[in-house]
Design a protein around this ligand. Structure first.
Ligand code: NAD
Ligand code: ZN
Length: 354
């Protein structure tokens, strides 16, 4: 459980992580090294990170405010300017130290600054460890629409240090856990069963390693999402629409990414029962598991109509069709399924009924 090798970079875990980084910094002559943080990772992670770095580096610290609402092109502009003011050049490095907002945004800023400088992801949330930091998707939101602008570009390396989770609150841990449950649903019934019974986030190192392995194997077979990689979007087509709707709504409490896709997975599980012969008992298993971990959200008819109108912006659309990833059974996904419109209402009704 030390490292995973991808097609172009290494993912190092725990003790191996800092060894890998120190070696890399010793042999690569970066002209300048910048670290991107938000106020929380600056407070809770930066000191710990610096403690493990050998050598005398004069890091440039770039700080943004935390939160999904900062994942915008306006924030990128500020960061491009800060890099420019800090004399960053093509040989500079950006280290993204934070959750998925930092790794998505920082990856995009690095990939576009001077047509691309190197970046390293050091995820500090569970969600970013098992998902956002791995696979090379970078980008920002456009208004409330998630991840509409971005590029696929791989980091130099990813360092997963589970110690950082010590300061993360339970709601954020639970949000990341949703992506791990997704990995089980799309690739491994055994992993799903193990996760389901995990209470209190114990034995996380092994579970994180298994999730990263699943994600990496999928991404390696299809880095640019032509076919297989689409399975990672299970729960995300409706989940992103739900997330966007709550992000935009003034009166409703914002849902975390994992909370939104947990709803998406129940909804898309229902669609699977209707369209791809997903067994009813497995659908019940999904619903019970997610509703046990994530608070139930109320949806009015007007909410549902607005959420469905956001679907047309989904990145997975092609030629005007919305393509869904559904399940045949737990661990066995089916891609590119088109959904008759009337089933969406039924799916929300299934979610809402107890
Ligand atoms: N690129 C991908 O493939 C991919 C995959 C999944 C999700 N994402 C994206 O990831 C984002 C969500 O990521 P997230 O859930 O990590 O959100 P986040 O980056 O907003 O982090 C959540 C909160 O935790 C705080 N935090 C981070 N690390 C901490 C620590 N160790 N201790 C205390 N507080 C800490 C942050 O400041 C923030 O307030 C979304 O924008 C989503 O679209 C991307
Ligand atoms: Zn996700």
């Amino acid at each position: 459980m030390d490292s995973i090798t991808t097609s172009s970079y290494a993912i190092h875990f725990n003790q191996r992580a800092y060894d890998g980084l120190n070696k890399h910094l010793a042999v690569t002559a970066y002209s300048k090294i910048f670290i991107l943080v938000d106020e929380n990772t600056k407070r809770d992670c930066l000191k710990d990170f610096k403690k493990h770095i050998q050598g005398d580096f004069d890091f440039g610290i770039l700080e943004i405010e935390s939160g999904e609402s900062q994942k915008t092109i306006t924030t990128c502009t500020r960061l491009w300017e800060a890099l420019s003011d800090g004399d960053a050049d093509r040989k500079s490095l950006l280290i993204n130290l934070g959750g998925g907002v930092i790794t998505d945004l920082g990856g995009f800023v690095a990939s576009t600054f001077k047509r691309g400088i190197a970046f390293i992801n050091i995820p500090t949330t569970l969600l970013a460890m098992v998902d956002a930091s791995v696979g090379g998707k970078t980008g920002v939101d456009l208004g409330p629409l998630k991840n509409q602008v971005g590029v696929i570009n791989q980091p130099e390396m990813v360092l997963i240090v589970s110690e950082f989770l010590k300061t993360l609150d339970e709601r954020q841990l639970q949000s990341g856990f949703a992506e791990m449950l997704k990995h089980g649903l799309i690739q491994s019934a055994a992993y799903w069963d193990t996760l389901k019974t995990n209470a209190g986030f114990t034995n996380m190192d092994h579970l994180i390693y298994d999730s990263v392995t699943i994600k990496n194997e999928v991404v390696q077979q299809d880095p640019t999402e032509q076919h297989l990689r689409k399975i990672l979007n299970f729960g995300h087509t409706l989940g992103h629409a739900v997330e966007s709707y709550f992000l935009e709504s003034k009166s409703r409490k914002t849902l975390l990414h994992g909370e939104a896709i947990a709803i998406g997975m129940i909804l898309e599980g229902y669609l699977s029962k209707e369209l791809t012969a997903f067994p009813e008992a497995e659908l019940e298993d999904i619903k019970t598991t997610f509703l046990h971990r994530y608070p139930k959200t109320e949806f009015s008819e007007a909410d549902i109509a607005s959420i469905l109108s956001l679907l047309k912006f989904d990145k997975k659309n092609s030629h005007g069709h919305i393509n869904f990833v559904l399940l045949e059974k737990i661990g066995v996904p089916v891609i590119d399924v088109k959904i008759p419109h009337e089933l969406f209402g039924q799916a929300f009704a299934y979610y809402t009924e107890s």
